[in-house]
Design a protein around this ligand. Structure first.
Ligand SMILES: [Zn+2]
Length: 300
């Protein structure tokens, strides 16, 4: 009788030990699962899916970079493009911008930026330290002041990130006097796998200066500067970027004869596939972290 009582006490003790160990394992497993969930959440935040929308705004630039419902706008078309731009942004459900970059103060790059600033929350606004005397430029400055925003002038090598996207500034690197095109802010946008270089209307001199910075200019996609004009996209610059694709944001029958025939020939000679907004409308190029995809087929 005494013996069996002893056995039953041992059994009870063993049961308790098993329960405690079981509870411990369960908690550990739960903790591991929570950690796994955290990892999954982190993956969602860092989703590399990056979409670059070259919005068709005629003879002008307006580029929207999207990653994980975070947005950056590079340039804002002409004054007359505000409805097209707002419609596009609203259709995507854009509520605020991580950053707006005004490459340089010409109307075809900042025309509707005032409307965008007045209608959306903007965390950062970048512009080169070069003022202009036009009403368009004044409207933008007023919108910046009215909304309590400030302008930041980046230097080559500066960078910032949002989501999985890193933006590195390539230009401007010096005072270009009254050549507003050369004052263009140049950027490289990357999701870690694919990258895009876009430099507003930067011409030969600014391209030479970007090469001199020794920053890594290589990219999968190059937005040709100055709407495909032959004042930009020098052989050396294009060689350094070494893009698979080029995008030309340009208006139908524009008076500047953009893009220039020599630029198109250069693309063909170098077997760089290209997109034209005047022929193909808005171009959307997507990197899913593995492949580059486009909403339309390139011209060649
Ligand atoms: Zn332009």
């Amino acid at each position: 009788m005494k013996r069996s009582k002893k056995i039953s006490t041992i059994t009870k003790l063993l049961l308790i030990i098993i329960l405690v160990i079981g509870q411990y394992l369960y908690t550990t497993d739960q903790r591991r699962q929570t950690e796994e969930n955290k990892e999954t959440t982190a993956e969602v935040t860092d989703d590399p899916l990056m979409k670059v929308h070259f919005i068709d705004v005629g003879q002008a630039d307006c580029i929207l970079v999207e990653n994980n419902s975070k947005y950056m706008l590079v340039d804002g078309g002409n004054n007359d493009d505000k409805d097209v731009i707002l419609d596009y942004l609203n259709r995507l459900g854009v509520k605020e911008f991580e950053a707006i970059i005004m490459t340089h103060p010409h109307e075809d790059h900042i025309g509707s930026i005032d409307t965008v600033i007045l209608n959306y929350k903007v965390k950062k606004i970048y512009a080169p330290k070069k003022e202009h005397t036009t009403k368009t430029y004044e409207d933008v400055l007023n919108a910046v002041m009215e909304t309590g925003n400030t302008l930041q002038a980046p230097k080559p090598g500066d960078s910032f990130s949002f989501g999985a996207v890193t933006v590195t500034f390539l230009a401007p690197s010096k005072d270009y006097g009254n050549n507003l095109n050369n004052w263009s802010i140049g950027i490289k946008v990357s999701n870690g796998k694919h990258s895009f270089v876009m430099c507003g209307d930067a011409e030969r001199e600014a391209e030479e200066d970007m090469l001199a910075t020794k920053l890594d200019l290589s990219a999968d996609v190059l937005k040709l500067s100055h709407h495909g004009s032959d004042t930009s996209s020098t052989k050396e610059f294009v060689k350094a970027v070494n893009p698979k694709y080029a995008v030309i944001s340009v208006g139908k029958d524009n008076t500047y004869d953009h893009p220039s025939k020599s630029t198109i020939k250069m693309l063909k000679d170098n077997k760089i596939k290209y997109f034209l907004t005047d022929e193909q409308g808005t171009i959307v190029i997507t990197s899913d972290g593995e492949k580059l995809l486009s909403n339309v087929s390139p011209m060649q």
